[in-house]
Ligand binder design. Sequence first.
Ligand SMILES: N[C@@H](CCC(=O)N[C@@H](CS)C(=O)NCC(=O)O)C(=O)O
Length: 225
Amino acid sequence: MNQENPKSIKVWGIESGRCMRVHWMALELGLDYEVVPIRARSGETGTEVFTKLNPKQKIPVLQHGPIVLSESAAIINYMAETFPLPNDFYVAEDAVGRAKLNEWCYFIMTELDAHSLYLIRRHDSLKAIYGAEPTAVASAEEYFKKQIGAACKRINKEGIYLMENQFSIADILLTSCLDWAVAYEIDLPDLMRSYREKVHKRPRFQDAFAINFPNGIPKSVLRSA
Ligand SMILES: N[C@@H](CCC(=O)N[C@@H](CS)C(=O)NCC(=O)O)C(=O)O
């Protein structure tokens, strides 16, 4: 880090889908920020310095001047409310718009991320730590498919994005979960497959991928054989 002129925005964490959300958002906003390239379960999240920032010892973490935030969804929401947004970015005009955006975000973070994909991660890829639970893993996969099928009914087939066909934080969250599901070899409905392909074409997605996965997707992120 340049001690003479430290950047006021730092993102801690790489090589994880949750970190990808924050790098992608930072690049969409054109922010000049510092990447602190620590990895999960490498020992780097257990240092005294990092534990002071995030006692959960998890990445990503955002530092913006004196503000320190964990939780990927909260971080990108903060960024959307704090920094100037590009013209094509969705901005809620009223309570209904905010509620619709929140509806997507909470759905993605609970039903897709926490209840489905993270459960598979804990009890399959990370079974050495959290214990193997094949029945729970199979049922989480079925649950994911049911929820993603239901989400298809709420997607505008003519457009690309979730909120009035304008790019938003909900698209970042959903795409990261679809990428995660694909890494786990879960079949996606056609509509979600084509949504994902279109969103991946955003140049900042590709730039963020290179920052977040400098050596490609590591095997540790995949499902065990
Ligand atoms: N709900 C959190 C989850 C954060 C999380 O679990 N991060 C993982 C990497 S994707 C991590 O740091 N794991 C380290 C550990 O569990 O020790 C978010 O969305 O930011």
